[in-house]
Ligand binder design. Structure first.
Ligand SMILES: Cc1ncc(COP(=O)(O)O)c(C=O)c1O
Length: 456
């Protein structure tokens, strides 16, 4: 008999009475895979998570991207412990902030100056405000299925958790109602060209994830980002790269280095905080001179540039700057991806795997996935079966067909081998409809065991 997740169920019942859906961020809910109690995590170390029932999982969520060295990396843990003893928050600039800003600028030279905040949503909000102020125009172009945080302007045809729980256009926002946000298909320059032709003088900026990550991983088509940049330039609009996932994830110099296209403004988050909340936006010095207190674009935060987050970020970047780190991440992800594809073929399960470095998405579809529309063609039911089959075998994925698998330096051969063993059976499960009428929730409740169950 398998080990259950009874404690997670109890915790879910207690939490859902207090927090809508039982989760502090909708992406964590199991609604995208048919519902049920999410797994409550009590500990994370290296490539592993442990749940409230003591089940162990190989983790491919990695906090939705921030964790790149592995959970609880000693260098990060020590840096944070040292920082907390010197003051968790001081309400004044700290030398460590300067050091991190410098490290970021050295890695990403287009970020000539920058401004720290706490979350990716804040960073994007600030960058858009700056783009509007700099151009004197209201309009923002984003792409369908992209996710840029929960601020008003960008909750239009949003991907990630918003798409997963069916709220791509949030209620209660002003941005969409004002008609200032245009959501266009990713990887297609024609609609953008047409929009600029018709309304070019109203567009402040084009906001783009250079490698899309929130409709699943979707790399840019050759020439797409260059085309975005050239069209924007021709019409006096700015280009804002949302590198909140890709910054320090796909390369030390972010996607803009990997792809050779330079934006006017860049947003960072996730990895720069080393697992603690930290984000930044920055770019051309002339634009950044508009930010308060030098200029009229106001943004602020009690915890902006928080010393603990800055310490974790600096420690993380120090490890990532070592030679060969990104090759190791790439090699391991390539190995895992190739074997997953082979196992899917063996099981007769049609999949498309889109990968960039240490992040990839496995779409349950037989056609290429190049934008949000093609991502939506993937079989959600098959993904749900695959998801639960892996979960029951000790592999933790995001509960959504639109998210990525993230690897860390802590994902070593043993973790990949165990994951592939689990995937062999999970692909069989994915390929077969369940003919019983069991709700996924009940399947979780009496689920088979995670392979490793002891708490270490
Ligand atoms: C590309 C991108 N931009 C912005 C955000 C928002 O960041 P945060 O959740 O830190 O507000 C996310 C979050 O997943 C993201 O993936």
């Amino acid at each position: 008999m398998g080990i259950t997740r009874e404690k997670s169920h109890e915790l879910y019942a207690a939490t859902a009475a207090l927090i809508p859906g039982g989760v502090s961020s909708p992406a964590r809910s199991f609604r995208g895979v048919g519902g049920g109690a999410p797994v409550f995590i009590t500990r994370a170390e290296g490539a592993y998570l442990w749940d409230a029932d003591g089940n162990r999982y190989v983790d491919y969520v990695c906090g939705y991207g921030p964790v790149i060295l592995g959970h609880g990396h000693p260098a990060v843990a020590e840096a944070v412990a040292r920082a907390v003893r010197r003051g968790a928050v001081v309400g004044a600039p700290t030398p460590a902030e300067t050091q991190l800003a410098l490290a970021i600028r050295q890695a990403i030279p287009a970020m000539e100056r920058l401004f720290f905040g706490n979350s990716g949503a804040e960073a994007v909000e600030g960058a858009l405000k700056l783009a509007r102020a700099a151009t004197g125009r209201p309009g923002v172009v984003k792409f369908e299925g992209a996710y840029h945080g929960h601020s008003d302007a960008v909750l239009v045809k949003a991907g990630s958790g918003a798409a997963t729980v069916g709220v791509t256009d949030s209620a209660g926002t002003a941005g969409a109602a004002a008609g200032a946000v245009h959501a266009l298909p990713y990887n297609d320059l024609e609609p953008l060209r047409e929009l600029f032709r018709q309304r070019g003088e109203t567009i402040a900026c084009v906001l783009v994830e250079p490698i899309a990550g929130n409709m699943g991983i979707v790399p840019p088509a050759p020439g797409f980002l260059e085309g975005v940049r050239d069209l924007a330039r021709a019409h006096g609009a700015l280009v804002v790269f949302d590198e909140i996932i890709t910054g320090f994830r796909v390369a030390y110099g972010a996607a803009q280095q990997a792809l050779g296209v330079t934006p006017d403004l860049t947003c960072l988050g996730k990895v720069i905080g080393g697992g603690l909340p930290l984000a930044a936006y920055g770019g051309r010095a002339d634009l950044m001179a508009l930010v308060a207190p030098e200029g009229p674009v106001f943004q602020a935060g009690t915890h902006a540039g928080n010393p603990l987050s800055v310490a974790a970020g600096l420690a993380t970047l120090e490890v990532l700057a070592r030679p060969g780190v990104y090759d190791v991440l790439d090699d391991r992800a390539a190995y895992l991806a190739a074997h997953l594809e082979a196992l899917a073929r063996e099981a007769g399960c049609p999949v498309r795997l889109n990968r960039w470095g240490s992040m990839f998405t496995l779409f349950f579809t037989d056609g290429p996935v190049t934008d949000y529309r093609t991502a939506l063609r993937a079989d959600r039911e098959a993904f749900s079966r695959f998801f639960f089959a892996l979960l029951d075998r000790g592999v933790h994925l995001a509960p959504s067909p639109f998210e990525a698998w993230f690897l860390t330096l802590a994902h070593e051969e043993e973790h990949l081998a165990a994951s592939l063993e689990a995937a062999r059976e999970a692909f069989r499960a994915a390929g077969h409809q369940h003919h019983d009428d069991d709700a996924p929730e009940r399947r979780v409740r009496r689920s088979g065991a995670a392979r490793e169950t002891q708490a270490r």
